[in-house]
Design a protein around this ligand. Structure first.
Ligand code: HEM
Length: 395
């Protein structure tokens, strides 16, 4: 037990952000959950919550555990000075005001309009991969829709579009606590900030998602400053998150041929399989919150002024909530999983992410008999869990 500001909490002494832990965090998450509903992460001097019910409660408590002071685990990323307001780092009415216009482009209804187009494109692409021998699945399959289609729908100028993957990887990596060897990522963050602060509203492709935000500003629904901040939605979390999620899903289907057979035999399980993919291998590891006032919920106490990391991916493997949580089961249908967050900050792009994953599975089911995978190379991005490379064979 450890005494933090007169509060007794169990201490987690491991390192969740070493390369080995980043590649395989799940045994550490189990230790964290078993230690207690809240633990003190000694290595990074923050509190941590990893049990399903407690993560959900914490995410519901945005009045006390705020995002406005940043959601990262180091002072550089959490310092918002001079940067446009960002949806993910605002709370209350300001947050709602910035989030609302996104749903015109990527809400559940408008996103459906893209279903047939995305399905045709991914089907034609998968056709070229079938019987082609081993290929690297992250770049050749998981990246296909985000890079070739989604980045066009966002509508940023071509030279910016080319930077999106690099900027996103750096941004997520910078959310973690390790600050050594991050010069490249910090330089990338500066590029993003400069872009957001200066991008001319008239350079957006007409009718694109980015254009929708500037049009909302013209109608007075947002200030131009807020529209620039909301644009970060498309520049930073729209590509890498879904690429990682799709690569994890392809790997899980290849590594569990019984589950692939079950899914292929019953395509009505597609939606369930998408939820299970995100539950089992949650892409976003965890974000932090700042305790604006004392946070007391049941046995959990986080004193005012402390930072607490909320681990979505640990919650999704909580044996207190899911039976046999380490198993990947396409018919589990965990619609309540926390991989997209919960509460006010529930992922704004989850309808798009689900659509991309659903059409990929539909196409695979229709066109592919077997998915074979080799042992993947796991990545060490501090913000995102998933595969750097995965050799795949489709027949
Ligand atoms: C499988 C893919 C994805 C996963 C696992 C994921 C995960 C998450 C999580 C866990 C949060 C909660 C953040 C918090 O609690 O502070 C979040 C928020 C957010 N995500 Fe996603 N995301 C995905 C795809 C996307 C896409 C495709 C977009 C954009 C097109 C997007 C845009 C956002 C935005 C703007 C927020 C902030 C929402 C808010 O603060 O109200 N995400 N996402």
């Amino acid at each position: 037990m450890h005494d933090v500001l007169s509060t007794e909490v169990p201490v987690f002494t491991g390192d969740l952000f070493s390369d080995a832990s980043l590649k395989d965090p799940f045994p550490h998450y189990r230790t964290l959950r078993d230690l207690g509903p809240v633990v003190y992460l000694e290595k990074i001097e923050m509190f941590g919550i990893g049990r399903y019910d407690d993560v959900k409660k914490a995410l519901r408590s945005s009045d006390r555990l705020v995002s406005t002071e940043g959601i990262g685990m180091n002072p550089v990323i959490n310092n918002r000075e001079g940067r446009p307001p960002n949806i993910i780092t605002t709370d209350g009415p300001e947050h709602a005001k910035m989030k609302r216009p996104l749903f015109k482009s990527i809400g559940p209804k408008p996103i459906e309009a893209y279903r047939d187009q995305l399905k045709d494109l991914i089907s034609a692409h998968i056709e070229t991969l079938i019987g082609a021998g081993w290929f690297e699945g992250v770049t050749s399959l998981a990246q296909f829709l985000p890079v070739s289609v989604i980045s066009h729908l966002v509508g940023l100028p071509e030279d910016v579009r080319k930077n999106m993957l690099r900027w996103a990887a750096s941004n997520f990596n910078l959310l973690g606590p390790n600050m050594s060897n991050l010069e490249v990522d910090i330089a990338a963050l500066q590029e993003v900030n400069e872009f957001l602060a200066n991008v001319p509203a008239d350079d957006m492709k007409e009718g694109s998602w980015a254009d929708d935000l500037f049009q909302a500003a013209k109608r007075g629904e947002l200030s131009i400053f807020e529209a620039r901040g909301a644009l970060a939605t498309y520049v930073l979390p729209s590509l890498d998150t879904t690429i990682f999620a799709k690569a994890n899903l392809i790997y899980n289907l290849g590594a569990n041929p019984d589950q692939w057979k079950k899914l292929k035999a019953d395509p009505s399980l597609i939606s369930s399989a998408v939820y299970e993919g995100v539950r089992h291998s949650a892409t976003v590891r965890g974000f932090s919150r700042y305790a604006k006032s004392d946070y007391q919920e049941g046995d959990i106490f986080v004193p005012q002024g402390e930072r607490v990391v909320i681990f979505y991916s640990a919650a999704n493997r909580d044996e207190r909530h899911y039976e046999d949580p380490d198993a990947f089961l396409v018919d589990r249908n965990p619609r309540d999983n926390l991989g997209w967050g919960y509460g006010d900050h529930l992922c704004a792009g989850m309808y798009l992410a689900r659509l991309e994953m659903e059409v990929m599975l539909e196409a695979l089911i229709e066109q592919v008999e077997t998915i074979e995978v080799e042992s993947p190379v796991y990545g060490t991005n501090q913000g995102l869990y998933g595969l750097d490379t995965l050799n795949v064979q489709l027949n």
